[in-house]
Write a new protein. Sequence first.
Length: 182
Amino acid sequence: MDVTINRGVEWRDDLRNVAPDLWPELIGEYRAFCKRNLPSDCRHLLRMIIEGEHVGWAGYQDKDQYLRDGLALDPQAVEWAVHGLSIAGVEAPVPFKEAQQLGKRQIGIEGGKAGPGRGHKTGYDVTRLPRGNSAAYREAKGKRDRLNAPAPYYREKPLTTLRRAWKRASAEEREEFLREVT
């Protein structure tokens, strides 16, 4: 006799792998996770955004509504945090406010005030440091290059990826895989 336990959805689940009728429940789990964990670590936010985009914002009109009404987050604050995470990286925990501040600083917004006026050069266009091969120049160039690169996405462990793929594989694909690896 086979027994299946329905544990419901958890914040670790992926919007792309659950039925659309479960999206509201999973979004609720995401919202609770954000409230509980973002103050100390906002790296999983990247994953939630990528998943939301992949499924067409999970029934919400657009990204802003997904963030505001679904995850209960300010879309502008999220953009700053995502920008900050693209600079800080996702190897270690990054508090949400710290990621926002880093993102705001890099785009020229300090303390809620806009950066230089129109026509002024900012870190986006040209560094204010002298050009050449100095350590300061190379560091500034590296930061600028990372700033203009696509934001890193949440990277899951390879074993998690394998488990997810195994669940989606057909019986024939599983058998073929086992023959190849043994």
